[in-house]
Each structure stands twice: as C-alpha cells, then as structure tokens.
Design a protein around this ligand. Structure first.
Ligand code: ADP
Length: 251
C-alpha cells in the first residue's frame, strides 16, 4: 500500500498555476529528497498532502484514505519551514515542548504518563537536546530550537516524517548530524521520510529517491535512474546531473 498517493494534483494562486498535474506515490520506507528551484511549489505540495492547502484539484490519499477523511494524524510528523519565533520568556521548557508532541494521540485529560516520559527522553536523546531539557525554549539558538521542534515531531514515533527545509538554521556539522539521524530513523525504524531541501548537491548522499519539482514533476525515481537518464542530461546538463546524483563516481 502507498503511504502517500497523489494523482493529478493541481493548485493555483490567484489564477496562476503553482502545481500542474502532479502525480507520484510514496511507499513505506522511502526516503525522498524533494528538490526544486525557489518558488517551484515544494512547500505548496507538502501543504496539499497534509490537507493544509485548500481548493486543490486532483486526488490525495494518506495511508489509503482520502486526505479529506484522514484522521490518524499521529502517524505523521511534520516540521514546517517557518520556525516559530519564540519570545525569550515564552514559558515552556524544552521538555515541555517535546512532550506537547504527544498530545495529538491523547484524549482529554491530557496528562503525561510514565511510559510517555520514556518516549520524550528518547526523542531528546536522538536529537541531542537532553542537556537542554530544563531551558526555556525562547532562550535557545535557532539551531537548538530546530532540534527541539524535530524532537517534538518524532516523539510519538510517526511512520511518516515530512520535513520542510529542516537544516537552514544549522551549521555544517549539525547539518551532517541531522542527516545521519534521518538516515538512522529511515533504515533502522523504517520511518518514511520526505525532506524538502534546496541543497541539490547534498541530498543524494542520504535520500533513496529524488522528486524534482518545477511546478510539475521533472523527475521522480531513484538517484541511479536519475543519473542514467538522457532526458535529465538534456534538462540539467551533465555537470549538474552528476552533482545531484552522487552515484556517478561509484558506478
Ligand atoms: P517552494 O517551496 O518551492 O519555494 P512555494 O510552494 O512556497 O515554493 O511557492 C510556489 C509559488 O506559489 C511561488 O510562486 C509563490 O510565490 C507562490 N505562493 C506561495 N504562497 C502563496 C500565497 N500564500 N499567496 C500567493 N502566492 C503564493
């Protein structure tokens, strides 16, 4: 079964096409790098998949259910592109922010129980924010806040993780660590990942499939197939094609 199925998705802002006839399927265990120029519709596509962009045409299913009828949102972790700017005095600690990611699975009264504590501990450990657990979120650097929000998005062990430009506030070392964490979640826990990035030269090291959007699907498939595609050579030129694919030197 497809985790995500998108058929003939079309979206317009003020009668201008932002997405044209987009179709693709995501299977369990895929790690998809979603790439494309600025303004190519990546964020809009993500929002449409999550039912956040209204008035789309086409059909979107999540875990087999049409998005309009989908209710199991706890199966999906989402880290949006725009970070919340926390006031330095915002009255929540790192532990509280991460714990709040459990609320989507809970009915009232929303209380954190001891088994939840273990999940929060683990999410903080893998994102390396344990030492910050008692700090106020607003006192942290942008990179630290991003890791806390990532911890929040993975705390209830989602099967699908959608991350929109998650590494922009990270320095190069933190970025490498972040990608290593994604690879680990994908390979050892079979978490399906869609990661939006403009880092075309880096994503091929980590992701297993490439979805290149430019208002329409320019390419969707494995990096190996991307590398071998003559159509992509014509589209990007050899240099950029192999910069993206990262496999060329190995073959
Ligand atoms: P990307 O994520 O690839 O940079 P977006 O999905 O954010 O692209 O945007 C795609 C296009 O839609 C851009 O041309 C952008 O200007 C336009 N757009 C995005 N959000 C809005 C909005 N709220 N109102 C009008 N146009 C928008």
């Amino acid at each position: 079964m497809s985790i995500i199925s998108v058929e003939h998705l079309r979206f317009r802002y003020n009668s201008v096409d932002v997405l044209r006839d987009i179709s693709f399927d995501v299977s369990a265990g895929d790690f998809i790098g979603l790439v494309g120029p600025n303004g190519s519709g990546k964020t809009t596509a993500i929002k449409a998949i999550l039912g956040l962009a209204k008035q789309t045409n086409g059909k979107i299913c999540l875990f087999g259910a049409p998005v309009q009828q989908f209710t199991e949102w706890h199966r999906i972790g989402y880290l949006p592109q725009k970070l919340v700017h926390f006031n330095p005095h915002f009255p929540a600690t790192v532990r509280e922010v991460v714990s709040s990611g459990l609320f989507s699975t809970k009915k009232f009264p929303r209380r954190i129980r001891s088994e939840d504590r273990a999940l929060v501990d683990e999410a903080m450990r893998v994102t390396d924010v344990t030492d910050l657990e008692h700090e106020l979120i607003g006192q942290l650097s942008g990179g630290q806040q991003q890791r806390v929000l990532l911890a929040r998005s993975i705390v209830n062990r989602p099967e699908l993780l959608i991350l929109d430009e998650p590494t922009t506030a990270l320095d190069p070392e933190a970025r490498e660590n972040f990608f290593a964490l994604m690879v680990e979640l994908n390979r050892t826990r079979n978490v399906t990942i869609i990661l939006v990035t403009h880092d075309i030269a880096g994503i091929g090291k980590y992701a297993s499939k490439l979805l290149y959007l430019d208002k329409e699907v320019v390419f969707y498939g494995s990096f190996e197939d991307f590398c071998l595609s003559e159509k992509m050579t014509k589209y990007f030129g050899k240099f950029t094609q192999h910069l993206i694919c990262h496999r060329h030197g190995d073959s």
